[in-house]
Design a protein around this ligand. Structure first.
Ligand code: PEP
Ligand code: MG
Length: 914
């Protein structure tokens, strides 16, 4: 049944020390050992070392977990004895005995990986209880109710976790059903109203349920219980929830989890007992005030489970009818305050803590870095630096660049009318609009079909994480700010409204009901709602959203960031609006303006099609003459928005057939508009069709075949620059040629550009400076970069095409098999997202080296999607690029990533402290 060292002698020893003790004022481990002891184990050891009251215990290392999986789920030799030693150590400290009814010692058994995976793995509490020990516990505490309540909880947890009963009936807990039946039979509503006799009966009924389902007896031997629980926790590393979580957060499978076995303390031994969780600062806003929730006379997971609504810890946070811990237990609160302040100073970061008060005495069960919103992340980093707890460099390193996304994203338009039907807790900020779904699977199905959804649940559990990750927002009826939904949503940067008690959710009929202003509103699956994670409001329909405003802390931190980085950060933008937005986000120019997007504008697509369908150069020039003024005004708008900053404009790139109509109806319509027969359009379509358009007639190849297209574009650029220059606007155009693979291609396009520009300047009598450079997006261009650099003033890596052509994987078709490649471990991640530094990166290195060998000051940037991806930005920094160019919303991310890359260099050089 369960794996014990006795039943399966282990083949080998992987580490001499497998178990680390903590308690009695000192510990074997410390905070630095989180890889070995897991976050929880390292935190418990460190707290013990700095004199924080922690119940004693021991941690079995992550190496044991790794060995367990490598050796067919068998433990390394020596573990048995070391665990026995651990138990003896706790027994000695507490003067209690494991399994002894006279002085019972109970344990909690918990998982803890090196990074926190909230709720993903299993926990067993009250371990060590059996009939005799329960009786002893009742005698010792004089509280029969407490003893049998603990016992029935333990049997259920053991059945659920160790024997795997929980997942059996579609996630329904069989013990929950028995408990509910008992309450109904006795006519009571709360678990706490059940008398000891009923709890004793529940223990028997639960054990019978286990027998019925598994044909095994509930183990009365505490040692068998302990090994069962340890095995289950190690086993839970591979449960589907944990596997999904690791995939979502890029956590390697071979890290493994540690197991912490710790003496139980009880928050459910009466009215002078409590259990709670808290953050040393507000995890939503970063405000410097303790943010916590607690429950009197409750055990362990009750606070986060959302079964009873917790009360606030501080007086300041309490609402009507609530009683804060500060008022209820002032002594314990004072101690808690001192402890959390010590912890924050010690760790120099927000801590997320779990505590229990047993008979007025405070115990800390856990401390870890608190998960926080992007807003809080920035505020806390700036505040800690201002408070002198960390250096500014460290404040920069504390920012998770990708998380900034959350800050930059839109909120609801404050002027829009909102039909608020209910208000819950503002658990994770942001604005979400979407169709209501009631299950995680439905959320995934609809999201895959391209719909935006809001996942509505009574409360969420780790089984829902896959649905939460694809939902625009999450709304729950139960649970507090530290409930599963709130914690996970904040970690994911997802908008969340939690604990919205007004919602009556009926999963069976697929709707929820709220009573508002005397009427009942029924919202069904598929109806659209809006939720505001910053106010907790739930609204009917789609409320319009507006761009976010960035606060002072953001500006302060970005100021530090800009001082630290070497790489310049530009943006990819094709419109004056995008350019202006990116400038607000700190863009220092445009690294890529794709001109084809302008060709698709409704007012000019007809002229573009006319040009394509023209039979000769004269016809093409006639059509291009219509496009010229429109392009010129596009460029004027962009130059104006980017006044004083460089603007790289790329000449036309895609194959021409992309601009032609596709369906018969569209072909008819275009033919009618152009006054030609539909067959003519269809024939052109056919003539231009290519088997492999991405490797076909595109980029500079179009410029070679139809020079008049590029001439018109260069004319539009230079005319725009001359016009603005005349007005006194400073313009810095950089003309970029795409898909260059040969020196001769570039030489010709450069000549064309120079001739056209000279002509325009002669006509206008205005001189503007401009440069001509190339995209480097083909492997051949990298290999002959020295030849190209003789003529080019700048290079910009088009890593989208370079990745495509290096791997020989179509960027438009890779989605069919890339997920499979990743799932099967053939490739670590999608190379179109994170730059492949080994292959594509090597080609870039060659190009940089060759390019600068002939032109030492050659300006080099990147404008593929990788320019806004932090690890790729770091690579660009290391390889000596001058700038990265990213989409507007990723500009701040790239700025932070560039600063972090520069700081890492300085750490390596010993210029700044680690
Ligand atoms: C590239 O190939 O990386 C690039 C920026 O160009 P596009 O994505 O337009 O092909
Ligand atoms: Mg390209």
């Amino acid at each position: 049944m369960t794996t014990t060292p006795e039943s399966t002698p282990a083949p080998q020893t992987t580490a001499a020390k497998l178990v680390y003790l903590f308690g009695g004022g000192s510990a074997d481990g410390s905070a630095e050992m989180r890889n070995l002891l897991g976050g929880k184990g390292a935190g418990l050891a460190e707290m013990t070392n700095i004199g924080i009251p922690v119940p004693p215990g021991f941690t079995i290392t992550t190496e044991v977990c790794t060995a367990f999986y490598e050796n067919d789920r068998r433990y390394p030799a020596g573990l048995d004895e070391q665990v026995r030693e651990g138990v003896r150590f706790v027994e000695g400290l507490l003067e209690r005995r494991f399994g002894d009814p006279a002085r019972p010692l109970l344990f909690s058994v918990r998982s803890g990986a090196r990074v926190s995976m909230p709720g993903m793995m299993d926990t067993v509490l009250n371990l060590g209880l059996n009939d005799a020990v329960a009786e002893g516990l009742a005698r010792e505490t004089g509280d029969e109710r407490f003893a049998y309540d603990s016992y029935r909880r333990f049997v259920a947890m053991y059945g659920d976790v160790v024997l795997g009963l929980k997942g059996e009936d579609k996630g329904v807990d069989p013990f929950e059903a028995i408990l509910e039946a008992k309450k109904r039979a006795l006519g009571v509503e709360q678990d706490t109203q059940l008398p000891p006799k009923a709890l004793k009966e529940l223990v028997v009924e639960f054990k019978y349920e286990i027998w019925k389902r598994r044909q095994v007896r509930f183990p009365e031997d505490p040692w068998e219980q302990l090994w069962g629980a340890i095995g289950a926790v190690f086993g839970s590393w591979e449960n589907p929830r944990a596997v999904t979580y690791r995939r979502l957060y890029d956590i390697p499978n071979n890290w493994g989890t540690a197991v912490s076995v710790q003496a139980m303390v009880f928050g459910n031994l009466g009215e002078d007992c409590a259990t709670g969780v808290g953050f040393t600062r507000d995890p939503a806003t970063g405000e410097k005030r303790f943010y916590g929730e607690y429950l009197v006379n409750a055990q362990g997971e009750d606070v986060v489970a959302g079964i009873r609504t917790p009360q606030p810890v501080t007086k300041e946070a309490k609402g009507d009818g609530q009683v804060s811990l500060e008022e209820a237990m002032p002594q314990a609160f004072a101690e808690l305050t001192q402890v959390y302040q010590t912890l924050e100073r010690h760790y120099r970061d927000i801590q997320d803590i779990e505590f229990t008060i047993q008979k007025g005495r405070l115990w800390l069960l856990q401390t870890r870095a608190g998960k926080r919103t992007a807003r809080a992340m920035i505020k806390v980093a700036v505040d800690l630096a201002d408070e002198g707890l960390i250096a500014r460099e460290e404040a920069i390193m504390r920012v998770e660049p990708d998380k900034l996304d959350e800050l930059l994203h839109p909120t609801f338009d404050s002027k829009a009318t909102r039909e608020v039907i209910a208000t819950g807790l503002p658990a994770s900020p942001g604005a979400a609009v979407g169709k209501v779904v009631f299950s995680a699977d439905e959320a995934v199905a609809r999201a895959e079909a391209g719909e935006k959804v809001v996942l509505v649940r009574v409360e969420t559990s780790p089984e829902d994480v896959h649905g939460m990750s694809v939902a625009a927002g999450i709304l729950t009826a139960r649970g507090g700010m530290t409930s599963h939904a709130a914690v996970v949503a904040r970690g994911m940067g997802r908008c969340c409204v939690a604990g919205c008690g007004a919602l009556q959710i009926d999963y069976a009929s697929g709707c929820f009901t709220v009573s508002t202003e005397g009427r009942e509103v029924v919202v069904g699956e598929g109806d659209t709602i809006s939720i505001d994670g910053s106010t907790g409001e739930v609204m009917l329909g789609a409320v319009p959203v507006v761009d976010s405003t960035l606060d002072e802390n953001f500006a302060t931190l970005m100021g530090w960031v800009d001082q630290a980085r070497r790489l310049r950060v530009r943006t990819n933008a094709d419109t004056p609006q995008d350019a202006a937005l990116a400038r607000q986000f700190g863009a220092e120019g445009i690294g890529l303006c794709r001109t084809e997007h302008m060709f698709f504008e409704p007012d000019r697509i007809l002229a573009v099609r006319e040009m394509i369908l023209a039979g000769d150069e004269a016809g093409r020039r006639r059509a291009l003459a219509k496009i010229l003024p429109m392009q010129r005004s596009d460029f004027e708008g962009i130059f104006r928005a980017m006044e004083g900053l460089p603007v790289t404009i790329r000449l036309l790139d895609p194959p021409l057939h992309e601009f032609l109509p596709k369906t018969p109806a569209e072909i008819e319509e275009v033919a009618r508009e152009l006054g030609v027969a539909a067959e003519v359009v269809a024939q052109h379509n056919e003539a231009l069709a290519e088997f492999n358009p991405m490797l076909g007639h595109r980029g500079c190849r179009l410029g070679v075949t139809y020079p008049e297209i590029y001439e018109t574009q260069v004319r539009a650029i230079i005319e725009a620059a001359c016009n603005l220059s005349r007005e006194g606007v400073r313009v810095l155009p950089e003309i970029m040629i795409p898909i260059v693979g040969m020196e001769e291609e570039f030489v010709r396009m450069r000549q064309l550009t120079e001739d056209t520009a000279a002509q325009v300047m002669a006509e206008t009598g205005v001189r503007v400076d401009y440069t001509v450079g190339t995209m480097i997006e083909l492997p051949r261009a990298c290999m002959v970069a020295d030849e190209i650099a003789r003529h080019a003033e700048f290079f910009s890596f088009g890593t989208n095409d370079l990745t495509q052509t290096t791997y020989g994987i179509s960027r438009d078709d890779s989605a069919h098999f890339m997920p499979d490649y990743i799932a099967k471990g053939v490739i670590e991640g999608d190379p179109f997202v994170k730059l492949d530094q080994e292959g594509v990166g090597e080609l870039m290195r060659i190009a940089v080296g060759k390019g600068r060998s002939v032109r030492p000051g050659l300006k080099i940037g990147i404008c593929g999607e990788h320019g806004g991806e932090p690890t790729s930005v770091e690579f660009c920094h290391r390889e000596g690029l001058d700038y990265v160019s990213a989409s507007p919303y990723r500009v701040p991310i790239a700025r932070v990533a560039a600063a972090q890359a520069a700081l890492r260099d300085r750490v390596a050089e010993g210029v700044v402290a680690q």
